[in-house]
Design a protein around this ligand. Structure first.
Ligand code: SAM
Length: 281
């Protein structure tokens, strides 16, 4: 008899993934962690019943999360990641010529389980000497630190439980204080077809704090129900309006291979379908 993992995506809507094997199941101080195996997506990490990442499609989200802001910036040396315990975003960020990455993840259990079961996603990222892993609350970290970063990436869970604080105006204000001039903030902002309020509220906060606030889209199969958005904030609107040629030159200099990201997709991702644009305008 087949066993299925059912994820509730919204009131009355869900997705089903057949479970070939449960590789890990455990409870930390903060959440329930599962590593499942599915025929199509390979290993899947869930936290409190919500899909976080899968071997099959993680490249979409992590490439777009890392390469869009880093190539738009063009000279980032210091990066801060809040959340992101699966290590997939960290692994992509480290492909750039960065000198230092601090990752602040609330739950050390997520990092440990990812290192053990998701090495195809995080690789050896946590062993890289440029990385400073801090186990703690990202909101507390940005409120207290005097360090400065060129790019801040908020790879959080949805705004329920411990992730909720990472969607507040106060948190974004502290992120802005941690940014060097010319810095960029990018945030996980959900699937607007069903989580439109989340995007609307984050971008309103960005616009009250930064000269420019917007979002860009990506399409990742297990973040179901249409485009997912990553929120974007900076004090320079020009950073999200660069030409394909400019981004292409930086991408070529980096010399990496990608499966979803390319400079044309980068530039096009800022073109928002009307129903998404309406949420933030
Ligand atoms: N791509 C993902 C998704 O599907 O939403 C997010 C991946 S990553 C696993 C999310 C991480 O954010 C989790 O490991 C969680 O522990 C962490 N997190 C939640 N709240 C946090 C907080 N306040 N400070 C730091 N990390 C937090």
């Amino acid at each position: 008899m087949s066993v299925w993992f059912d994820e509730v995506l919204h009131d009355g809507v869900g997705q089903r993934l057949e479970v070939e094997e449960v590789l890990y199941e455990g409870q930390t101080e903060f959440q329930d962690i599962k590593i499942l195996r599915n025929k199509k997506f390979g290993r899947i990490m869930t936290l409190d019943g919500v899909v976080q990442t899968t071997e099959g499609d993680e490249f979409v989200y992590h490439e777009m999360f890392a390469h869009v802001p880093l190539l738009a910036h063009g000279g980032a040396r210091r990066v801060l990641i809040i959340g992101g315990g699966d290590g997939g975003l960290l692994e992509e960020v480290l492909k750039h010529d960065v000198a230092h990455v601090t990752e602040v993840e609330l739950d050390g259990g997520v990092v440990e389980v990812s290192k053990r079961y998701l090495s195809s996603i995080c690789g050896q990222a946590y062993e890289d000497p440029r990385v400073n892993l801090v186990i703690g609350d990202g909101a507390k970290f940005v409120a207290e630190t005097d360090q400065k970063f060129d790019v801040v990436l908020v790879d959080s869970t949805d705004p329920i439980g411990p992730g909720a604080v990472l969607f507040t105006r106060q948190f974004y204000a502290h992120c802005k204080r941690c940014l060097n001039p010319g810095g960029i903030l990018v945030t996980q902002n959900g699937v607007p077809f069903v989580q439109g309020d989340e995007l609307e509220s984050s971008v309103a906060h960005f616009r009250s704090l930064f000269a420019d606030g917007s979002a860009y889209v990506l399409s990742c199969p297990t973040y179901a129900l249409g485009f997912m958005t990553l929120g974007w904030a900076s004090d320079d609107a020009g950073l999200r309006q660069q030409s394909v040629a400019t981004i292409q030159a930086r991408f070529d200099a980096l010399g990496i291979e990608t499966q979803y990201y390319n400079p044309a997709v980068h530039v096009a991702a800022f073109a928002l379908p009307n129903f998404i644009a309406k949420l933030i305008d």
